[in-house]
Design a protein. Structure first.
Ligand SMILES: *Cc1c(COP(=O)(O)O)cnc(C)c1O
Length: 428
Protein backbone atom coordinates (compact mmCIF):
# COMPACT_ATOMS: atom_id res chain seq x y z
CA UNK A 1 0.00 0.00 0.00
CA UNK A 2 1.33 3.41 -0.96
CA UNK A 3 2.36 5.72 1.88
CA UNK A 4 0.69 8.63 0.07
CA UNK A 5 -2.55 7.79 1.88
CA UNK A 6 -3.36 9.58 5.12
CA UNK A 7 -3.40 7.99 8.57
CA UNK A 8 -7.20 7.52 8.66
CA UNK A 9 -7.07 5.64 5.38
CA UNK A 10 -4.07 3.51 6.30
CA UNK A 11 -5.50 2.43 9.65
CA UNK A 12 -8.32 0.75 7.69
CA UNK A 13 -6.55 -0.45 4.54
CA UNK A 14 -2.84 -1.03 5.19
CA UNK A 15 -1.92 -4.71 5.13
CA UNK A 16 -5.40 -5.78 3.97
CA UNK A 17 -6.52 -6.79 0.52
CA UNK A 18 -9.55 -8.77 -0.62
CA UNK A 19 -8.92 -12.45 0.12
CA UNK A 20 -7.48 -13.97 -3.09
CA UNK A 21 -9.46 -17.21 -2.66
CA UNK A 22 -12.92 -15.88 -1.78
CA UNK A 23 -12.92 -12.11 -2.28
CA UNK A 24 -13.74 -11.67 1.41
CA UNK A 25 -13.43 -7.93 2.06
CA UNK A 26 -12.55 -8.13 5.74
CA UNK A 27 -9.27 -9.87 6.64
CA UNK A 28 -10.22 -13.53 7.28
CA UNK A 29 -9.10 -15.30 10.44
CA UNK A 30 -6.75 -17.88 8.95
CA UNK A 31 -7.28 -20.41 11.69
CA UNK A 32 -4.62 -22.86 10.57
CA UNK A 33 -1.41 -24.21 11.99
CA UNK A 34 0.30 -25.25 8.76
CA UNK A 35 0.32 -24.49 5.01
CA UNK A 36 0.57 -27.05 2.21
CA UNK A 37 3.82 -26.89 0.23
CA UNK A 38 3.44 -26.88 -3.58
CA UNK A 39 6.12 -29.56 -3.81
CA UNK A 40 9.38 -30.62 -2.17
CA UNK A 41 11.41 -27.91 -3.94
CA UNK A 42 9.00 -25.23 -2.68
CA UNK A 43 9.33 -26.57 0.86
CA UNK A 44 13.12 -26.55 0.62
CA UNK A 45 13.19 -22.97 -0.69
CA UNK A 46 10.98 -21.81 2.17
CA UNK A 47 13.10 -23.52 4.81
CA UNK A 48 16.29 -22.06 3.29
CA UNK A 49 14.76 -18.53 3.42
CA UNK A 50 15.24 -18.37 -0.37
CA UNK A 51 11.54 -17.79 -0.86
CA UNK A 52 9.12 -15.98 1.42
CA UNK A 53 5.95 -17.89 2.27
CA UNK A 54 3.94 -19.58 4.96
CA UNK A 55 5.27 -22.70 6.67
CA UNK A 56 3.87 -22.95 10.18
CA UNK A 57 1.90 -20.45 12.29
CA UNK A 58 4.51 -20.17 15.05
CA UNK A 59 6.48 -18.25 12.39
CA UNK A 60 3.89 -16.52 10.21
CA UNK A 61 0.15 -16.50 9.58
CA UNK A 62 -1.75 -14.38 7.01
CA UNK A 63 -4.05 -12.70 9.57
CA UNK A 64 -1.14 -11.88 11.85
CA UNK A 65 0.90 -10.71 8.84
CA UNK A 66 -1.87 -8.27 7.85
CA UNK A 67 -1.72 -6.76 11.33
CA UNK A 68 2.09 -6.57 11.29
CA UNK A 69 2.02 -4.77 7.94
CA UNK A 70 -0.66 -2.36 9.19
CA UNK A 71 1.25 -1.40 12.34
CA UNK A 72 4.54 -1.12 10.42
CA UNK A 73 2.84 1.22 7.92
CA UNK A 74 1.27 3.40 10.62
CA UNK A 75 4.64 3.69 12.39
CA UNK A 76 6.53 4.34 9.14
CA UNK A 77 8.66 1.20 9.60
CA UNK A 78 10.11 -1.31 7.13
CA UNK A 79 8.66 -4.37 8.88
CA UNK A 80 7.06 -5.61 12.08
CA UNK A 81 6.68 -8.75 14.16
CA UNK A 82 3.54 -9.40 16.19
CA UNK A 83 3.92 -11.15 19.53
CA UNK A 84 1.73 -12.70 22.20
CA UNK A 85 1.91 -9.68 24.56
CA UNK A 86 3.63 -6.36 25.06
CA UNK A 87 6.13 -7.97 27.39
CA UNK A 88 6.86 -10.67 24.82
CA UNK A 89 7.48 -7.90 22.27
CA UNK A 90 10.06 -6.31 24.58
CA UNK A 91 12.03 -9.56 24.90
CA UNK A 92 11.70 -10.12 21.14
CA UNK A 93 12.94 -6.56 20.50
CA UNK A 94 16.07 -7.12 22.58
CA UNK A 95 16.76 -10.69 21.48
CA UNK A 96 18.63 -10.00 18.19
CA UNK A 97 20.72 -7.29 19.87
CA UNK A 98 21.76 -8.86 23.15
CA UNK A 99 24.00 -11.59 24.52
CA UNK A 100 25.38 -12.57 27.90
CA UNK A 101 27.15 -9.61 29.53
CA UNK A 102 25.42 -7.03 27.35
CA UNK A 103 23.31 -4.22 28.79
CA UNK A 104 20.62 -1.72 27.90
CA UNK A 105 20.17 1.81 29.21
CA UNK A 106 16.55 2.27 30.26
CA UNK A 107 14.61 5.33 31.35
CA UNK A 108 13.66 5.47 35.03
CA UNK A 109 10.14 6.38 33.89
CA UNK A 110 8.66 3.16 32.56
CA UNK A 111 5.60 0.97 32.96
CA UNK A 112 5.99 -0.90 36.27
CA UNK A 113 5.98 -4.32 34.61
CA UNK A 114 8.81 -3.24 32.33
CA UNK A 115 10.89 -2.09 35.30
CA UNK A 116 10.52 -5.57 36.82
CA UNK A 117 11.26 -7.32 33.51
CA UNK A 118 14.41 -5.23 32.98
CA UNK A 119 15.68 -5.07 36.57
CA UNK A 120 15.04 -8.73 37.46
CA UNK A 121 14.01 -11.19 34.78
CA UNK A 122 16.45 -10.36 31.96
CA UNK A 123 19.31 -11.12 34.35
CA UNK A 124 18.47 -14.80 33.83
CA UNK A 125 19.70 -14.37 30.25
CA UNK A 126 22.89 -12.65 31.41
CA UNK A 127 21.50 -9.28 30.23
CA UNK A 128 21.22 -6.23 32.45
CA UNK A 129 19.71 -2.75 32.48
CA UNK A 130 21.01 0.55 33.84
CA UNK A 131 18.23 2.97 34.74
CA UNK A 132 18.86 6.65 34.02
CA UNK A 133 16.80 9.85 34.11
CA UNK A 134 16.43 10.59 30.38
CA UNK A 135 16.00 14.31 31.07
CA UNK A 136 19.69 14.23 32.00
CA UNK A 137 21.26 13.61 28.59
CA UNK A 138 24.79 13.82 30.00
CA UNK A 139 23.97 11.02 32.46
CA UNK A 140 22.47 8.97 29.62
CA UNK A 141 25.60 9.42 27.54
CA UNK A 142 27.84 8.59 30.50
CA UNK A 143 25.92 5.37 31.23
CA UNK A 144 26.60 3.93 27.76
CA UNK A 145 29.57 1.55 27.75
CA UNK A 146 31.20 -0.95 25.39
CA UNK A 147 28.59 -3.60 26.26
CA UNK A 148 25.53 -1.37 25.70
CA UNK A 149 23.35 -2.68 22.89
CA UNK A 150 20.19 -0.56 23.15
CA UNK A 151 18.58 2.47 24.73
CA UNK A 152 14.96 2.05 25.86
CA UNK A 153 12.26 4.57 26.75
CA UNK A 154 8.54 5.25 26.42
CA UNK A 155 7.23 8.10 24.26
CA UNK A 156 4.56 9.15 26.76
CA UNK A 157 5.59 7.33 29.92
CA UNK A 158 3.05 5.29 31.82
CA UNK A 159 1.70 6.89 33.97
CA UNK A 160 3.32 9.99 35.42
CA UNK A 161 2.62 12.61 32.75
CA UNK A 162 6.20 12.40 31.47
CA UNK A 163 6.97 12.83 27.78
CA UNK A 164 10.35 11.85 26.39
CA UNK A 165 12.36 14.18 24.17
CA UNK A 166 12.82 11.42 21.58
CA UNK A 167 14.88 13.48 19.07
CA UNK A 168 17.36 14.42 21.83
CA UNK A 169 17.63 10.83 23.10
CA UNK A 170 17.94 9.53 19.52
CA UNK A 171 20.88 11.88 18.93
CA UNK A 172 22.72 10.35 21.92
CA UNK A 173 21.93 6.81 20.68
CA UNK A 174 23.11 7.71 17.19
CA UNK A 175 26.41 9.09 18.44
CA UNK A 176 27.01 5.90 20.44
CA UNK A 177 26.07 3.66 17.50
CA UNK A 178 23.35 1.80 19.40
CA UNK A 179 19.66 1.51 18.49
CA UNK A 180 16.97 3.46 20.32
CA UNK A 181 13.87 1.41 21.21
CA UNK A 182 10.71 3.39 22.01
CA UNK A 183 7.66 1.87 23.70
CA UNK A 184 4.89 3.78 21.94
CA UNK A 185 1.99 2.03 23.72
CA UNK A 186 0.50 5.05 25.52
CA UNK A 187 0.86 7.49 22.63
CA UNK A 188 0.12 5.19 19.66
CA UNK A 189 1.34 6.10 16.16
CA UNK A 190 -1.56 8.56 15.92
CA UNK A 191 -0.03 10.86 18.56
CA UNK A 192 3.65 10.00 18.12
CA UNK A 193 5.81 8.52 15.36
CA UNK A 194 9.11 7.65 17.05
CA UNK A 195 10.83 6.47 13.84
CA UNK A 196 10.41 9.94 12.33
CA UNK A 197 12.15 11.28 15.45
CA UNK A 198 15.12 8.92 15.09
CA UNK A 199 14.09 5.70 16.84
CA UNK A 200 15.38 2.42 15.37
CA UNK A 201 12.70 0.15 16.86
CA UNK A 202 9.21 0.75 18.23
CA UNK A 203 7.48 -1.67 20.60
CA UNK A 204 3.80 -1.85 21.47
CA UNK A 205 1.51 -3.53 23.88
CA UNK A 206 -1.31 -3.91 21.34
CA UNK A 207 -3.39 -4.96 24.34
CA UNK A 208 -4.00 -1.26 24.98
CA UNK A 209 -5.08 1.48 22.55
CA UNK A 210 -4.33 -0.36 19.29
CA UNK A 211 -6.95 -2.99 20.10
CA UNK A 212 -8.67 -0.38 22.20
CA UNK A 213 -11.41 -2.29 23.96
CA UNK A 214 -9.74 -4.58 26.47
CA UNK A 215 -10.32 -7.84 24.60
CA UNK A 216 -6.95 -9.44 23.77
CA UNK A 217 -3.32 -9.27 24.82
CA UNK A 218 -0.73 -8.73 22.13
CA UNK A 219 2.47 -6.96 21.27
CA UNK A 220 4.43 -5.75 18.28
CA UNK A 221 8.00 -4.80 17.37
CA UNK A 222 8.39 -2.39 14.44
CA UNK A 223 11.75 -2.01 12.73
CA UNK A 224 12.60 1.27 11.02
CA UNK A 225 14.89 -0.61 8.63
CA UNK A 226 17.33 2.29 8.99
CA UNK A 227 19.99 1.00 11.39
CA UNK A 228 23.32 -0.12 9.92
CA UNK A 229 23.85 -3.41 11.76
CA UNK A 230 27.17 -3.95 9.98
CA UNK A 231 28.74 -0.62 10.99
CA UNK A 232 30.38 -2.30 14.00
CA UNK A 233 30.85 -5.82 15.32
CA UNK A 234 28.30 -5.17 18.08
CA UNK A 235 25.40 -6.99 16.42
CA UNK A 236 26.75 -10.35 15.22
CA UNK A 237 23.27 -11.93 15.09
CA UNK A 238 22.48 -9.57 12.23
CA UNK A 239 25.88 -8.97 10.64
CA UNK A 240 27.83 -12.24 11.11
CA UNK A 241 27.17 -15.69 9.56
CA UNK A 242 24.21 -17.49 11.18
CA UNK A 243 25.10 -21.12 11.91
CA UNK A 244 21.45 -22.23 11.97
CA UNK A 245 21.04 -21.04 8.33
CA UNK A 246 24.23 -22.38 6.69
CA UNK A 247 26.19 -19.21 7.46
CA UNK A 248 23.63 -16.78 6.02
CA UNK A 249 24.28 -13.14 6.99
CA UNK A 250 20.93 -11.48 7.71
CA UNK A 251 21.97 -7.88 7.12
CA UNK A 252 23.90 -8.62 3.95
CA UNK A 253 21.09 -10.81 2.57
CA UNK A 254 17.94 -8.95 3.63
CA UNK A 255 19.14 -5.32 3.93
CA UNK A 256 16.53 -3.12 5.63
CA UNK A 257 14.41 -6.21 6.45
CA UNK A 258 17.29 -7.99 8.25
CA UNK A 259 15.96 -7.36 11.75
CA UNK A 260 12.38 -8.37 10.82
CA UNK A 261 13.50 -11.57 9.09
CA UNK A 262 15.81 -12.48 11.97
CA UNK A 263 12.99 -11.94 14.45
CA UNK A 264 10.74 -14.33 12.53
CA UNK A 265 13.29 -16.91 11.41
CA UNK A 266 15.17 -17.12 14.73
CA UNK A 267 13.14 -15.18 17.33
CA UNK A 268 9.64 -16.56 16.74
CA UNK A 269 10.99 -19.93 15.65
CA UNK A 270 12.93 -20.50 18.90
CA UNK A 271 11.20 -18.30 21.50
CA UNK A 272 7.69 -18.97 20.18
CA UNK A 273 6.13 -15.74 21.51
CA UNK A 274 3.68 -15.78 18.62
CA UNK A 275 0.43 -13.82 18.29
CA UNK A 276 -2.56 -16.00 17.40
CA UNK A 277 -4.81 -15.19 14.41
CA UNK A 278 -7.92 -14.58 16.57
CA UNK A 279 -6.03 -12.03 18.61
CA UNK A 280 -4.69 -10.38 15.45
CA UNK A 281 -8.27 -10.14 14.12
CA UNK A 282 -9.51 -8.28 17.21
CA UNK A 283 -6.58 -5.89 16.98
CA UNK A 284 -7.15 -5.29 13.25
CA UNK A 285 -10.77 -4.38 14.09
CA UNK A 286 -9.60 -2.01 16.80
CA UNK A 287 -6.99 -0.22 14.71
CA UNK A 288 -9.61 0.71 12.08
CA UNK A 289 -10.91 3.38 14.50
CA UNK A 290 -7.63 4.30 16.24
CA UNK A 291 -7.49 7.97 15.22
CA UNK A 292 -11.16 8.57 16.09
CA UNK A 293 -10.74 6.99 19.50
CA UNK A 294 -7.46 8.77 20.29
CA UNK A 295 -8.96 12.15 19.44
CA UNK A 296 -11.79 11.51 21.89
CA UNK A 297 -9.49 9.97 24.51
CA UNK A 298 -7.30 13.10 24.40
CA UNK A 299 -10.24 15.57 24.37
CA UNK A 300 -11.80 13.82 27.37
CA UNK A 301 -8.49 13.55 29.24
CA UNK A 302 -7.90 17.31 28.83
CA UNK A 303 -11.37 18.13 30.17
CA UNK A 304 -11.18 15.70 33.08
CA UNK A 305 -7.62 16.71 34.04
CA UNK A 306 -8.53 20.42 34.01
CA UNK A 307 -11.64 19.75 36.12
CA UNK A 308 -9.66 17.70 38.65
CA UNK A 309 -6.91 20.30 38.90
CA UNK A 310 -9.47 22.99 39.75
CA UNK A 311 -11.15 20.83 42.40
CA UNK A 312 -10.19 21.61 46.03
CA UNK A 313 -10.42 17.90 46.99
CA UNK A 314 -7.57 17.13 44.60
CA UNK A 315 -3.99 17.92 45.57
CA UNK A 316 -2.28 17.67 42.18
CA UNK A 317 -2.65 16.28 38.66
CA UNK A 318 0.27 15.07 36.52
CA UNK A 319 -0.82 15.37 32.90
CA UNK A 320 1.42 16.81 30.20
CA UNK A 321 -1.65 18.27 28.48
CA UNK A 322 -2.12 20.74 31.37
CA UNK A 323 -0.32 24.11 31.23
CA UNK A 324 0.85 23.49 34.83
CA UNK A 325 2.87 20.39 33.79
CA UNK A 326 6.65 20.80 33.53
CA UNK A 327 6.35 18.73 30.33
CA UNK A 328 3.59 20.82 28.75
CA UNK A 329 5.84 22.70 26.29
CA UNK A 330 7.76 19.59 25.25
CA UNK A 331 4.49 17.73 24.70
CA UNK A 332 3.07 20.59 22.63
CA UNK A 333 6.22 20.65 20.46
CA UNK A 334 6.68 16.90 19.96
CA UNK A 335 3.13 15.56 20.40
CA UNK A 336 0.92 18.31 18.95
CA UNK A 337 -2.14 16.03 18.71
CA UNK A 338 -2.09 15.44 22.47
CA UNK A 339 -0.21 13.85 25.34
CA UNK A 340 -2.43 10.77 25.62
CA UNK A 341 -5.19 9.99 28.07
CA UNK A 342 -3.34 8.46 30.98
CA UNK A 343 -2.43 10.41 34.11
CA UNK A 344 -2.25 10.33 37.88
CA UNK A 345 -3.77 12.60 40.47
CA UNK A 346 -3.29 12.95 44.21
CA UNK A 347 -6.31 13.00 46.50
CA UNK A 348 -6.43 14.98 49.73
CA UNK A 349 -6.88 12.44 52.50
CA UNK A 350 -4.15 10.06 51.35
CA UNK A 351 -4.28 6.27 51.15
CA UNK A 352 -7.69 5.82 52.80
CA UNK A 353 -9.36 8.47 50.62
CA UNK A 354 -7.93 6.80 47.49
CA UNK A 355 -9.32 3.41 48.49
CA UNK A 356 -12.71 5.00 49.20
CA UNK A 357 -12.60 6.86 45.88
CA UNK A 358 -11.91 3.71 43.89
CA UNK A 359 -14.66 1.83 45.71
CA UNK A 360 -17.19 4.66 45.21
CA UNK A 361 -16.79 5.10 41.44
CA UNK A 362 -19.63 3.67 39.34
CA UNK A 363 -18.68 4.34 35.72
CA UNK A 364 -14.93 3.80 36.17
CA UNK A 365 -13.69 0.21 36.40
CA UNK A 366 -11.06 -0.68 38.98
CA UNK A 367 -8.67 -2.75 36.84
CA UNK A 368 -4.99 -3.27 36.08
CA UNK A 369 -5.31 -2.23 32.45
CA UNK A 370 -5.27 0.94 30.37
CA UNK A 371 -6.16 2.12 26.89
CA UNK A 372 -9.73 0.79 26.93
CA UNK A 373 -12.79 2.59 25.52
CA UNK A 374 -14.03 2.56 29.13
CA UNK A 375 -12.59 4.82 31.83
CA UNK A 376 -10.34 2.86 34.16
CA UNK A 377 -8.75 3.59 37.50
CA UNK A 378 -6.24 1.91 39.77
CA UNK A 379 -4.82 2.77 43.16
CA UNK A 380 -1.31 1.44 42.65
CA UNK A 381 -0.26 1.64 46.32
CA UNK A 382 -2.95 -0.82 47.39
CA UNK A 383 -2.64 -3.11 44.32
CA UNK A 384 0.22 -3.38 41.81
CA UNK A 385 2.76 -1.57 44.01
CA UNK A 386 1.55 -3.03 47.34
CA UNK A 387 4.76 -4.93 48.05
CA UNK A 388 6.96 -1.83 47.77
CA UNK A 389 8.09 0.38 50.64
CA UNK A 390 6.55 3.89 50.83
CA UNK A 391 9.83 5.30 49.47
CA UNK A 392 9.79 2.89 46.52
CA UNK A 393 6.12 3.68 45.88
CA UNK A 394 6.92 7.39 45.79
CA UNK A 395 9.80 6.85 43.34
CA UNK A 396 7.59 4.72 41.07
CA UNK A 397 4.93 7.44 40.88
CA UNK A 398 2.65 5.23 42.96
CA UNK A 399 2.53 7.26 46.15
CA UNK A 400 -0.18 6.23 48.67
CA UNK A 401 -2.27 9.33 47.84
CA UNK A 402 -2.10 8.82 44.04
CA UNK A 403 -4.49 7.11 41.66
CA UNK A 404 -3.91 6.42 37.98
CA UNK A 405 -6.68 6.94 35.48
CA UNK A 406 -7.04 5.88 31.85
CA UNK A 407 -9.70 8.20 30.48
CA UNK A 408 -12.17 6.49 28.15
CA UNK A 409 -14.30 7.74 25.31
CA UNK A 410 -17.61 8.04 27.18
CA UNK A 411 -19.30 11.46 27.56
CA UNK A 412 -16.82 13.68 29.39
CA UNK A 413 -19.65 15.05 31.54
CA UNK A 414 -20.49 11.55 32.76
CA UNK A 415 -16.84 10.81 33.58
CA UNK A 416 -16.58 14.05 35.55
CA UNK A 417 -19.90 13.47 37.35
CA UNK A 418 -18.71 10.03 38.46
CA UNK A 419 -15.44 11.45 39.82
CA UNK A 420 -17.39 14.24 41.52
CA UNK A 421 -19.71 11.91 43.45
CA UNK A 422 -16.86 9.52 44.37
CA UNK A 423 -14.58 12.35 45.55
CA UNK A 424 -17.43 13.60 47.75
CA UNK A 425 -17.64 10.20 49.46
CA UNK A 426 -13.87 9.75 49.60
CA UNK A 427 -13.18 13.09 51.28
CA UNK A 428 -16.33 13.36 53.43
C1 LIG B 1 0.76 -2.84 29.24
C2 LIG B 1 2.07 -2.28 28.88
C3 LIG B 1 3.16 -3.11 28.59
C4 LIG B 1 3.06 -4.61 28.70
O1 LIG B 1 2.16 -5.11 27.75
P1 LIG B 1 1.31 -6.47 27.96
O2 LIG B 1 0.52 -6.57 26.70
O3 LIG B 1 0.50 -6.30 29.19
O4 LIG B 1 2.33 -7.56 28.10
C5 LIG B 1 4.35 -2.52 28.22
N1 LIG B 1 4.47 -1.19 28.15
C6 LIG B 1 3.45 -0.35 28.42
C7 LIG B 1 3.65 1.11 28.31
C8 LIG B 1 2.21 -0.87 28.80
O5 LIG B 1 1.20 -0.04 29.06
Amino acid sequence: MTKAYGFDTLQIHAGARPDPATGARQVPIYQTTAYVFRDADHAAALFNLQEVGYIYSRLTNPTVAALAERIATLEGGAGAICCSSGHAAQIMALFPLMGPGRNIIASTRLYGGTVTQFSQTIKRFGWSAKFVDFDDLAALEAAIDGDTRAIFCESVANPGGYVTDIPAVAAVADKAGVPLIVDNTSATPYLCRPIEMGATLVVHSTTKYLTGNGTVTGGCVVDSGKFNWSASDKFPSLSAPEPAYHGLKFHETFGPLAYTFHSIAIGLRDLGMTMNPQGAHYTLMGIETLSLRMERHVANAKKVAAWLEADPRVESVTYAGLPSSPYHDRAARLYPKGAGALFTFAVKGGFDACVKLVDSLELFSHVANLGDTRSLIIHSASTTHRQLSPEQQQAAGAAPNMVRVSIGIEDADDIIADLDQALAKATA
